[in-house]
Design a protein around this ligand. Structure first.
Ligand SMILES: *Cc1c(COP(=O)(O)O)cnc(C)c1O
Length: 341
């Protein structure tokens, strides 16, 4: 593979775009009088948030041993997916490649941006078929490759993932929303090696902060700069930035909750495998199970009847339901209903 020049992959209007720069966020002051942003002098949340997320990026930097200049914070990783498509994909012209089945948001934002979405069909273990991948990238001009590992909704990790990074000469985005639940190695260590690689992580799953809407994109400083150029200036609010800073100081709580979920995952797996209505529990590296039922429609309806909400909207795997690991009480409530089907 030839070396990749990121500038050649960026939309021209984005390359020429002047970022909105907040003067106060980009300079240090001792005792500033803030009369620059038409804010109110009253109240607890009267000031705009730090548009550069400096404290948050420094804290994450120390934790992950990655430079702040290679860390971008989004309003959930959903916003980052949207921004990355906008940076690189020319509407009505460029195409992206997604795994099938996988997380729906890649195709959702690409479609809004009027980009074609090509599907990379997974094999029966929900892994990528290398030959198929090589064929598709040979026959099509593709801007972004979206990999999700562990994959949602299938739960498995993609094997030999560096092969796909190595062989793709556009942007490779690896979504690691569930990496904390997995024993597989994160691709974070590879961002120094591949300037076209973006690794997405989130505070929504293992960190228990879905309501705060905070996601992270790790990449080269060049791509990070582009994200900061196109994002809404105040994309992450003060409450959320402060909350995440606080949680990052409580690593022990995080670890305890994570261990509890992993323990419950194991317990739930044993319970599920004993059930008559189930034909297969797929292996998982995430905090959820993909389960094949003998009669998924009936099970899904029965669960709804009992106000137990699960996810069953995957066209390629119609007999499967995805459900996430809960607390012991929640898991027991689920098992008790499934036992009577
Ligand atoms: C849940 C999830 C996310 C998280 O999105 P946020 O916007 O950060 O809440 C990202 N990717 C995948 C694959 C997910 O399942």
């Amino acid at each position: 593979m030839t070396t990749i020049n990121i500038k050649n992959l960026v939309r021209k209007n984005i390359l020429e775009l002047q970022p909105y720069i907040s003067f106060r966020d980009n300079n240090a002051f001792e005792n500033p009088l803030l009369m620059d942003a038409n804010e109110s002098p009253f109240g607890e949340f009267n000031r705009y948030p730090d548009s550069t997320h400096r404290n948050l990026r420094e804290k994450i930097s120390a934790l992950k041993n990655i430079l702040p200049s290679q860390i971008a914070i989004g309003n959930g990783s959903d916003e980052l997916i949207d921004l990355i498509i906008k940076i690189f994909c020319e509407p009505k012209k460029d195409s992206v490649l997604v795994m099938n089945p996988s997380f729906a948001m890649y195709g959702f934002y690409a479609t809004i941006n009027e980009n074609k979405v090509l599907q990379l069909n997974l094999n029966e273990d929900f892994d990528i078929i290398k030959e198929e991948f090589l064929n598709i990238i040979q026959e099509n001009q593709l801007k972004i490759l979206f990999l999700c590992s562990p994959n949602n909704p299938t739960g498995n990790s993609i094997s030999d993932i560096e092969f796909y990074i190595k062989n793709f000469d556009g942007i490779v985005l690896i979504d690691e929303a569930y990496i904390e639940f997995s024993e597989q190695k994160s691709c974070l260590d590879l961002i120094g090696e591949y300037p076209n690689l973006i690794v997405l992580q989130t505070f929504s799953k293992a960190w228990g902060l879905a309501g705060a809407r905070v996601g992270i994109a790790y990449s080269s400083a060049e791509i990070t700069n582009l994200i900061y150029t196109v994002k809404s200036p105040y994309n992450v609010n003060v409450l959320s930035q402060n909350l995440v800073l606080e949680k990052l100081d409580q690593i022990e709580d995080f670890q305890n909750n994570l261990n509890e979920i992993l323990k419950e995952r194991q317990w739930l797996k044993y319970q599920l495998e004993d059930l008559e209505c189930i034909s297969k529990v797929f292996p998982t590296d995430a905090n959820f199970f993909l389960i094949e039922f003998k009669n998924a429609e009936k099970v899904y309806a029965k669960l709804i009847e009992n106000e137990i909400l699960t996810s069953k909207r995957f066209l390629q795997i119609p007999s499967c339901i995805r459900l996430n690991v809960g607390s012991r009480n929640e898991n027991e409530r689920l098992i008790n209903v499934l036992k009577n089907i």
